[in-house]
Design a protein around this ligand. Structure first.
Ligand SMILES: *[C@@H]1O[C@H](CO)[C@@H](O)[C@H](O)[C@H]1NC(C)=O
Ligand SMILES: *[C@@H]1O[C@H](CO)[C@@H](O)[C@H](O)[C@H]1NC(C)=O
Ligand SMILES: *[C@@H]1O[C@H](CO)[C@@H](O)[C@H](O)[C@H]1NC(C)=O
Length: 365
């Protein structure tokens, strides 16, 4: 008791106590999400395709990145940052770097991105453009995991991975491939068979990730693929393609059910399903509320709706990027990416099912 009575609390000690508590909170918060591992297509690619010399799905040239720090083209299919950047920012981590940029180095402990523009859930989807399929991305992740185990030991690596976020933004290209002009898969499968094949393949790969210690998954549905400028330009009024949207939505319905099944099979797996389709349609219904004046044309491109040609150095681009939903004929602007991550992170059950990303992080493992 002598200690207690002689102990004099002054401003400095209070400050020190405060700093100490703050530091603990910071540490415990950081420990909640040790890393973000990113899988997917161009919607989250931060530069893997820059390292695929034969790929035609590339964005390492202007006017891509025009609003990125120093205006550099990083390989992101955007005027600046994309969904992967905003997810990392939400959890206070640096954006996970491209896997293919890490040759000969130790992968950062805060996560790696395997995402590749043009890729799909089905191996063949990205063949034509040359990209890294989801199956290959999972294979590449298992190599990163091996290194992590060498670094941390089996049980610490396992703990690290089970608390990490695994985000998967895939499916858009598979849907587009089915409805492309000379589609081979359309000759082989009915749309329903094709969507079912996407879902069974995806389920197998998610199980594989679970087998590699992933426990917290953020899975995006397909976007409203009929509403991208690439499809809108084929309609005289610039309206969305109803059939492509229908099958995007059908796939999403199946995905929601598949994730529920997966959760019932793998009890300690947790997930967020993000309704990218719904988020897009909501934007189109009330664009002015969100500051958009152009929901049909791409900002960067040439021709009808700026969608006859992609965003390449000779293309034109709009000065008011914040007012456009689409950056090019196939991709969203930075401002839309940021909005969508806000919805994914703290949105309601309307768009983030059955919990949002903030709640997913709080699930204790
Ligand atoms: C983009 O990447 C490819 C393949 O790595 C490379 O050949 C090309 O020079 C790059 N373009 C620019 C503008 O950096
Ligand atoms: C897809 O590719 C992976 C390897 O990247 C392979 O293991 C798998 O068998 C392939 N799937 C099909 C259906 O061909
Ligand atoms: C990533 O996976 C692909 C497909 O399995 C493989 O060809 C490639 O070698 C892997 N990349 C590296 C750097 O290991």
């Amino acid at each position: 008791m002598a200690v207690a009575t002689s102990y004099k609390v002054n401003g400095t000690t209070l400050l020190l106590v405060f700093v100490f508590v703050f530091a603990i909170l910071r540490i415990s918060h950081a420990a909640a999400v040790p890393a973000v591992y990113v899988f997917g297509s161009s919607i989250v690619d931060v530069g893997n395709n820059n390292y695929l010399p034969r790929s035609i799905a590339r964005a390492n040239f202007s006017h891509n990145g025009i609003d990125y720090p120093n205006g550099i083209s990083t390989g992101r299919f955007s005027n600046s940052k994309n969904i992967a950047d905003f997810i990392a920012a939400k959890v206070g981590l640096p954006t996970s770097p491209p896997f293919l940029s890490l040759t000969g180095t130790t992968p950062p402990i805060t996560g790696v991105s395997f995402a590749s523009g043009g890729s799909g859930i089905l191996n063949r989807t990205g063949d034509y453009v040359v990209s890294i399929s989801l199956a290959q991305q999972v294979g590449n992740f298992s190599m990163v995991r091996d290194k992590l185990i060498q670094q941390l030991g089996q049980s610490s690596a396992q703990m690290h991975l089970s608390q990490s976020i695994f985000t998967i933004f895939m499916g858009n290209n598979d849907i587009s491939a089915y409805f492309s002009p000379c589609s081979e898969v359309a000759k082989q499968y009915t749309p329903q068979e094709y969507v079912d094949l996407m879902l069974s393949t995806f389920k197998g790969l998610l199980k594989m990730l679970y087998g590699l210690d992933a426990r917290k998954m953020v899975v995006s549905g397909a976007g409203a693929m009929g509403c991208f400028p690439a499809q809108r330009k084929k309609n005289s009024m610039g309206e969305c393609n109803v059939e492509i949207n229908y099958w995007s939505a059908r796939y999403n319905e199946g995905l929601k059910i598949m994730l529920q099944e997966l959760k019932s099979e793998l009890l300690d797996m947790n997930y967020v399903y993000f309704d990218l389709y719904g988020a897009m349609i909501n934007l189109f219904q009330d664009p002015k509320t969100y500051g958009f004046t152009e929901i049909k044309a791409a900002c960067c491109g040439l021709g009808k709706l700026n969608a006859d040609l992609g965003c390449i150095p000779i293309s034109e681009y709009c000065p008011n990027r914040k007012n456009y939903v689409f950056w090019d004929s196939l991709h969203l602007t930075e401002v839309v990416a940021s909005m969508f991550v806000d919805i994914l992170y703290s949105g309601t059950i309307e768009y983030a099912v059955p919990i949002n990303m903030r709640q997913l992080i709080d699930v204790s493992i």
